[in-house]
Design a protein around this ligand. Structure first.
Ligand code: S3P
Length: 185
């Protein structure tokens, strides 16, 4: 395989609270593949936390780091990659994701309803500047605003509202296996 063919096995997208990190870790274990979280790459590159990046340099700077990290992460071979909720929104990132899907990659939109999201997010929003304040209202607005972008990049959508992380990982593993076997034939 040349580096031009290198790509993650699967990319997870969806709003905050969709379970991208939990499902991503479970799926990576299931596939015996490495797990990467794009936000962790951004934090490592910036040397500061996400709230600090937003606070000191603003959201546009965060989005710039995110776009750069995405291009790199889409060439890493074989793993599971979870994206932050806003990553599929800028057009250039959607173009990078479309190109990844054309190379046979799988992009899963982890969808969920607002009640489940609020329950899952709980009070753990100190690391999520965009949900600060009224989590329910902020989540609803973000999810509505972004739905068409998530749908446009996804090769498959899973409603996670009534599924455990293990069940979701299992469904994705089956989908990936089918897609990988198609892309080899
Ligand atoms: C963001 C979601 C966060 C993180 C950043 C911005 C967003 O990731 O990338 O706070 O724009 O929705 P999670 O989706 O993992 O919370």
């Amino acid at each position: 395989m040349t580096s031009a063919d290198s790509r993650p096995l699967v990319v997870l997208v969806g709003p905050p609270g969709a379970g991208k990190s939990t499902v991503g870790s479970a799926l990576a274990k299931r596939l015996a593949a490495p797990y990467q979280d794009l936000d962790e790459h951004i934090v490592a590159a910036a040397g500061s936390s996400i709230p600090q990046i937003f606070e000191s340099h603003g959201e546009p700077h965060f989005r710039q780091l995110e776009a750069e990290a995405l291009v790199l992460a889409l060439t890493a071979n074989g793993g599971v990659l979870a994206l932050g909720g806003g990553a599929p929104i800028p057009e250039r990132n959607r173009a990078a994701l479309a190109e990844y899907a054309e190379r046979g990659g799988t992009i899963v939109f982890l969808d969920l309803n607002v009640d489940v999201a609020v329950k899952r997010l709980g009070s753990s929003n100190t690391n999520r500047p965009l949900l600060a304040g009224d989590t329910r209202a902020r989540f609803r607005a973000l999810a509505e605003e972004r739905r068409s972008a998530y749908e446009s990049v996804a090769t498959v959508t899973i409603d996670t509202s009534r599924l455990t992380p293990h069940q979701i990982a299992e469904r994705i593993a089956q989908h990936v296996a089918a897609r990988e076997s198609d892309s080899r034939s």
